[in-house]
Design a binder for this molecule. Structure first.
Ligand code: 7RM
Length: 657
């Protein structure tokens, strides 16, 4: 460890210092294990012996192939091809095979609109509508290999549109409905999409938000778009351009439910999903068919211990994110599960909407984000206590590190101290879950994503590329995996450069992590966010977790701001739990007690909110700008830009003090 008190960066240092120690452990209960798919190490053992054979067994056991593959894996770094020569249809796997297997009447989707209207959709109905819409797309001139853009609220038609594309071999590119016209047209133009599927509007926070005007604005600037299909949801007035625009319900009405699922090559492009990353233009992340479907079907089954006959699964993500692609559309439907899909926000009409929905549908598996859990903490445990949550048996989290205290709150107030929690680490680029407990087999520790899944090879390494066995380092993946991205659309050089160049022979994900002395992995956030305080490399996650472990704190964001004495100083932004009040000095001392004096924030601001991306991740870069007195540039990717102005105003007040 570096000497305390020196700012000399040439000294030997830990790649990332490991400060906190969490000793609570939660083995799966005997009651849970009694009915769990995996309770021992056999999957890990099999995969360790031969990972390609392991994945091949998953592919043949979990997916129906129209033609078997010749080669499991062709690997020429950075290019991977899985199940080469094999053919399948992804929509067939998500729909037809369940109907043919006698499950046509099984409920695929319990859809809940924000105003309280509902739709119940069986596998047979979903198959019919997907087939009809696939025929519609063909009539609009969409062919295998074309790209189709989707810009919709959380309505069942989003899943229908995605599956209809898959059925005919067109790639979809879903753009989150909260994004602007400019973001949409950039993505349409990059993909050169032929058709755009949108809606008049959708419900959010009790009101209709219009989508069609943004779609129109985008299409003024997208020469490749030939047709726009408009789903009627909001009921708001829209302008329809003659010859270009069509109502979804009118097109569907006349369409046949017969649309044979044609076999596609395993490496057929299934979708593009754009991620904005930290800099530069959005990257169109490419995912293909056979490997991706294998990965999401496998992880959805084992990570959530899915019992497809009895479980009711609910993933709260939007279909516009990878989590919605993999764990609303492809994973659950491929597994023939019953799931809940919810259109709106968690606090409409009351702060207990999520718990009301769980009770109403008897949800058994609930998958949400740490940012949501911390918001629920802020609203207080009385909200979930209003409802019977006893149907729940597995809880999951994704998107950010979960602070141990938020984990404990989730465990206690949502899981009734009975449900295993799976903290799942993965990325848009990995396609599916990579690091996670298996709920019937893994003893969890609050805040740790535990171990790589069977079939996944991860290693921590230091600045010199040496393996780290205990302590902090860079999280790398050492073997290809079936759901891996196949590239960045139109930019193979950027693909190699971004993911495969920093460490020879490895995929580097951009995240830091630490390994404890029992081999558990703890994600520490993006390495770009790691702070350097007098030569100590401290992760934002650990300081944030120390703050959240104080009973008055619901949420915290921490950044390193330039400091003349220590190189960087820790600045913290803290949201308090409902009804709590606390002195900043108390919190500073609390951090010192929890993880050490070196991690004591120099300044703490109490704030009502934090700048977050639209998928709920804290934007530390913006907070760093605020802390260092820089002007904030583009905030269009923020969920709520007004909070930045407010934080800037507060920073100015403190500077004047
Ligand atoms: C699924 C998703 C990816 C980034 C990733 C991490 C962070 C996601 C966790 C997590 C700690 C987790 N895709 N991340 N899950 N960090 N623990 N369980 O979120 O492409 O939008 O983001 O999210 O930094 O690199 S994503």
């Amino acid at each position: 460890m570096a000497e305390q008190g020196t700012g000399d960066t040439n000294e030997p240092h830990e790649t990332i210092d490991a400060l906190s120690a969490e000793n609570r452990k939660f083995p799966p209960s005997e009651a849970f294990k009694a009915n769990s798919l995996v309770t021992d190490t056999f999957l890990y053992d099999q995969a360790a012996e031969d990972d390609e054979a392991f994945w091949a067994r998953q592919a043949s056991g979990l997916v129906d192939w129209a033609k078997p593959w010749d080669t499991v894996l062709e690997w020429d770094l950075p290019d991977a091809k899985w199940f080469v020569g094999g053919q399948l249809n992804v929509a067939y796997n998500c729909l037809d095979r369940h109907v043919l297997g006698g499950n046509g009447d099984k409920i695929a989707i319990h859809w809940e609109g924000e105003p309280g209207d509902t739709r119940t959709i069986t596998y047979q109905q979903l198959l019919d509508e997907v087939s009809q819409f696939a025929n519609v797309l063909k009539d609009l001139g969409v062919q295998r290999g074309d790209r189709v853009n989707i810009y919709l609220p959380m309505v069942p038609e989003a899943a229908v549109a995605m599956l209809a594309c898959a059925r005919i071999g067109a790639a979809h590119s879903v753009v989150f409905g909260g994004f602007s016209a400019q973001s949409l047209s950039d993505r349409i133009n990059d993909a050169e999409a032929k058709v755009l599927i949108t809606a008049d509007g959708g419900y959010r926070r009790g009101a209709v938000f219009p989508l069609k005007p943004a779609a129109d604005e985008a299409c003024a600037d997208t020469p490749t778009i030939e047709h726009v299909v408009v789903v009627k949801r909001g009921g708001n007035d829209v302008e329809m351009v003659d010859g270009r625009d069509h109502w979804y319900h009118e097109l569907i009405e006349g369409a046949s439910t017969e649309c044979p699922a044609e076999p596609m090559d395993s490496e057929q492009l299934l979708f593009l999903l754009y991620t904005s990353g930290t800099t530069g233009k959005p990257k169109g992340i490419m995912h293909t068919s056979g490997g991706y479907l294998t990965h999401v079907t496998y992880t959805h089954k084992y990570v959530f211990d899915l019992h497809a006959d009895t479980d009711v699964f609910w993933c709260t993500a939007d279909v516009g994110w990878i989590t919605g692609h993999s764990y609303i559309v492809y994973g659950p439907l491929s597994n023939g599960a019953t799931q809940v899909m919810y259109e709106g926000v968690p606090n409409h009409p009351g702060n207990d909407r999520m718990w009301e929905i769980i009770e109403k549908y008897g949800v058994t598996i609930f998958y949400t984000a740490p940012t949501a859990i911390r918001t629920f903490m802020k609203w207080g445990a009385t909200e979930p206590a209003k409802h019977d949550l006893s149907s729940l048996r597995v809880l999951g989290t994704v998107g950010e590190p979960i602070n141990p205290e938020a984990w404990m709150w989730y465990h206690e107030h949502i899981g009734g101290e009975r449900c295993p929690i799976v903290d799942t680490w993965w990325q848009t680029e990995t396609g599916g879950i990579m690091i996670s407990p298996l709920p019937g087999a893994t003893t969890t520790k609050p805040g740790s994503a535990t171990f790589p899944l069977p079939g996944v090879s991860a290693e921590l390494i230091d600045d010199e590329g040496h393996r780290v066995d205990v302590g902090g380092g860079y999280l790398t993946l050492t073997r290809p995996w079936p759901g891996m991205l196949r590239g960045i659309w139109g930019d193979p050089e950027r693909f190699r450069e971004t993911y495969w160049s920093r460490f020879e022979g490895r995929y580097f994900a951009g995240d830091g992590a630490k390994l404890d002395d029992e081999g558990y992995l703890w994600l520490l956030g993006r390495v770009d966010d790691v702070m350097n305080i007098s030569g100590h490399r401290i992760s934002t996650t650990e300081v944030e977790s120390a703050l959240v472990s104080h009973p008055a704190v619901a949420e915290a964001a921490v950044v390193g701001a330039t400091d003349a004495t220590t190189g960087q100083a820790i600045i913290a932004y803290v949201i308090l739990r409902g009804g709590e009040d606390v002195d900043a000095e108390v919190l500073r001392n609390h951090v010192a007690e929890e993880i050490g004096a070196i991690a004591k924030p120099k300044q703490i601001y109490i704030t009502p909110d934090l700048p977050k991306t639209r998928s709920g991740k804290i934007m530390r870069r913006l907070l760093r700008d605020v802390a260092e007195g820089r002007n904030i540039g583009d905030t269009t990717t923020l969920a709520d830009a007004s909070i930045v102005d407010e934080l800037q105003a507060r920073a100015a007040v403190v500077a004047d003090d």
